[in-house]
Design a protein around this ligand. Structure first.
Ligand code: FA5
Length: 353
């Protein structure tokens, strides 16, 4: 090949490269690069032909070839930049990773759930296990097995919702009025000794006011073993109150009546607001100046209840207690009206998290 032919070939390659670049502004720059500048590309092969050209002409042609190569490389890198820009937001984007995160409101547990979880933690620590119960009960488990015979006046203490279904004895089923049926169901399921607690919803046909609801929550505890006494009940009630309200609180027992315990008691706790009356300059509105708050019912399991569950009362004894969760929540969070716990007003819920 002579120098003139070589120059013509170089000029043809440059022209065809210019046409290709113009036709594919955002095309595949890699393919063009390979076609013209690759090891077996058109320009590379032409440059290799220089070896056949006489030395004195070769220098000039070599310089022309190198200039053409540099121009092509410059055009190709321009094309690569344009292709990257067209590839989308990853290459060119408005995303600003330094901006703060999108505000996402975090949910939290309802105060009643929170209190039930705290109680559960406390009783699990004392060696109690969590027992199951059911919201729709039969007359036997809610009343009769708990020593409330039919027409017993104590039934009047718990105004009952009946549902449109009958139990195996043909008696109407009901919404449980307290968590005490869990005592019976636990003893039916398990031989003594046993130590269980349960938290859950109960229902009474009552007018709603600041301290009463028709659906509320209770905790129930039951411990049956050999030689269990009132002293064990007093220690457990005291430990339970201290765990929830702090080690400074005191507990006291007042005689009371529930058909399923004998003796029965109301458990009072020293008022956490006026510190048991000690700090009350005026009459405390929460404990009404008495220095004590009534918190739970409790007592030693009645022998009739043990017998009904096939536990021998000569061999086994036990204590049981039950209290209202709403009452605990109101005291813990300083809520004066129980209805606030059911309205789900965020202004209240956010204060008691
Ligand atoms: C009982 O329900 C017994 N089962 C407690 C018990 C268990 C006694 C084991 C002995 C042994 P009482 O009816 O007092 O007892 O209710 C217990 C608690 O439930 C009350 O102290 C109160 O805090 C709460 N309570 C009762 N009625 C309502 C109501 N209408 N609304 C909200 N809380 C209530």
């Amino acid at each position: 090949m002579n120098a003139a032919t070589w120059k013509e070939k170089l000029s043809a390659i440059r022209d065809s490269f210019s046409v290709s670049i113009a036709q594919k502004p955002a095309g595949n720059p890699g393919a063009l690069e390979l076609h013209y500048l690759g090891r077996k590309g058109e320009l590379a092969l032409l440059l290799r032909d220089l070896k056949d050209i006489p030395l004195e002409e070769r220098k000039e042609l070599g310089a022309l070839g190198n200039t053409a190569k540099q121009e092509m490389e410059a055009k190709l890198s321009e094309l690569k930049g344009a292709a990257a820009g067209a590839a989308g937001p990853a290459a060119k984007t408005d995303l600003d990773l330094t901006l703060p995160g999108w505000p996402f409101p975090k949910g939290s547990l309802h105060p009643l759930t929170h209190v039930m979880n705290r109680l559960a933690e406390g009783f699990l620590k004392l060696g109690f296990t969590m027992a199951d119960g059911q919201l729709i009960e039969d007359d036997y488990h809610n009343f009769e097995a708990l020593n409330f015979p039919p027409f017993h006046p104590a039934r009047d203490m718990q105004d009952t919702f009946y549902v449109d279904a009958k139990d195996q004895l043909g008696k109407p089923m009901l919404l449980r009025t307290h968590t005490s049926p869990v005592q019976i169901r636990s003893m039916e399921k398990q031989d003594p000794p046993l130590r269980v607690f349960h938290t859950g919803r109960v229902f009474r046909s009552e007018a709603v006011d600041a301290s009463h609801s028709f659906a509320f929550h209770q905790i129930e505890g039951l411990y049956v073993d050999k030689g269990v006494s009132m002293a064990d009940l007093k220690w457990t009630a005291d430990a339970f109150m201290k765990d929830l309200f702090g080690s400074a609180v005191k507990t006291r027992f007042n005689p009371s009546y529930f058909p399923f315990v004998e003796p029965g008691a109301e458990v009072d706790m020293s008022c956490i607001f006026c510190k048991g009356g000690a700090n009350a300059a005026e009459r405390c509105p929460v404990c009404k100046g008495t220095g004590w708050l009534e918190l739970m019912g409790a007592g030693m399991v009645h022998p009739n209840v043990l017998k009904g569950c096939k536990y021998d009362p000569e061999k086994w004894s036990g204590f049981a207690f039950g209290g209202g969760i709403e009452r605990f929540a109101m005291l813990l969070y300083g809520i004066s009206d129980m209805r606030m716990l059911y309205e789900n007003d965020l202004r209240v819920l956010k204060q008691v998290q």
